[in-house]
Design a protein around this ligand. Structure first.
Ligand SMILES: Cc1cc2nc3c(=O)[nH]c(=O)nc-3n(C[C@H](O)[C@H](O)[C@H](O)COP(=O)(O)OP(=O)(O)OC[C@H]3O[C@@H](n4cnc5c(N)ncnc54)[C@H](O)[C@@H]3O)c2cc1C
Length: 318
């Protein structure tokens, strides 16, 4: 079922959903089930599965020269989605990227998803390849997520790349896109980022999932600005509990978001990571409660394969 239908059917009751990462290459799918099992009691209508493109590594050879090696550390997005739908009978939502895909690759990927009975996708540009500053699209690929959304929307109208295809069938994907309450790191301003977000909606996106944030005021302001800009689709907040002191620096660096002073002070004063873990849970519970009071349809948690703190939070909320 589509995310938009899940929201409609919930009749205002807030829903719980979460995101997982494929395991590192070499691990088996049991690690996924182990991170999903403890969260099933909170009845997620859908589970997102991230997509990880190839990375470049440089290995020093015996002669001292560097050899460039292409590695995909976390393959398996589509297989995991199929396994989740099969095992738990909930919707699995694969993320799909512009990066590393030609338009032809994208079309074939979407055909696989359609045949597997997947009803939703989250369309993203992807980051620059590690060690590069700027994102580079494939020669025959998309530069921005809005273009990828356009291709998925076309497929939903039975418009394939080969315009000579006869009697082609339309897909029926519900399309999610990313939004950034604290703006995307490359955007010159929040307003310009929201204009490009609007383009994704105009090209056919049905809902927005946000980057993680730790200060609800930033989310509320973002939603207000989106509504003023004419964006009317559901905006699903993305939440992540802090779980270690190290994350105080890691999260702003990796995700380009700020942490509120009160949270930083509390975490800094903590004497152990288990204390930080508890602070992270309490902060996220408080955020979740306030979001629900403000009629947010779904709370989406970045579990990153660690179910324990998300389960603690969900117990308090759902
Ligand atoms: C909910 C969520 C899930 C994610 N999942 C994954 C994942 O599974 N795998 C992964 O690799 N990454 C993932 N990411 C990270 C994401 O790929 C990066 O943040 C990426 O840098 C931007 O992707 P986007 O889809 O927001 O890009 P876009 O919407 O294309 O925007 C990228 C930048 O370009 C600007 N822009 C957009 N259109 C134009 C235009 N026409 N002209 C000029 N500028 C423009 C925007 O303002 C923005 O600064 C996720 C992010 C979020 C928030």
């Amino acid at each position: 079922m589509k995310v938009t239908e899940h929201i409609q059917n919930a009749n205002g009751k807030p829903l719980f959903s979460f995101e997982i990462l494929p395991p590192l290459k070499g691990q088996n799918i049991q690690s996924i089930f182990d991170s999903v099992d403890p969260l099933m009691e909170f009845k997620p209508p859908f589970i997102d599965v991230t997509y990880h493109r190839e990375e470049y590594e440089y290995k020093e050879r015996e002669n001292g020269l560097l050899q460039k090696k292409i590695v995909r550390k976390r393959p398996g997005t589509v297989g995991i989605c199929a396994a989740i739908q099969n095992k738990y009978q909930v919707d699995a939502i694969p993320h799909i990227l512009c990066g590393g895909f030609t338009k032809e690759d994208t079309e074939n990927f979407l055909i696989d998803l359609d045949f597997l009975g997947i009803d939703n996708v989250v369309a993203l540009r992807g980051d620059a390849v590690k060690n590069e500053i700027y994102f580079k699209p494939e020669k025959e690929g998309h530069r921005y997520a809005s273009e990828l959304v356009g291709q998925i929307s076309n497929l939903n109208k039975a418009i394939y790349l080969d315009d000579e295809l006869q009697n082609s069938t339309a897909t029926d994907f519900c399309i999610g896109v990313a939004g950034y309450p604290e703006k995307h790191m490359e955007a010159p301003s929040l307003d310009s980022d929201i204009q490009f977000l609007k383009q994704k909606i105009e090209n056919g996106a049905d809902y927005i999932v946000t980057q993680m944030f730790f200060d609800n005021a930033k989310f509320f302001e973002f939603v207000k600005k989106c509504r003023n800009a004419g964006i009317s689709v559901p905006i699903i907040p993305g939440l992540k509990p802090i779980a270690s002191k190290k994350q105080l620096n890691l999260i702003p660096h990796r995700f380009k978001v700020d942490l509120p002073d009160d949270l930083v002070n509390e975490v800094s004063k903590a004497k152990s990571d288990s204390e930080v873990y508890q602070i992270g849970i309490e902060w996220c519970v408080a955020q979740s409660k306030e979001l629900i009071e403000n009629n947010i349809p779904i709370l989406h948690y970045y579990s990153m394969g660690k179910a324990k703190n998300i389960a603690e939070i969900a117990k308090n909320i759902f």
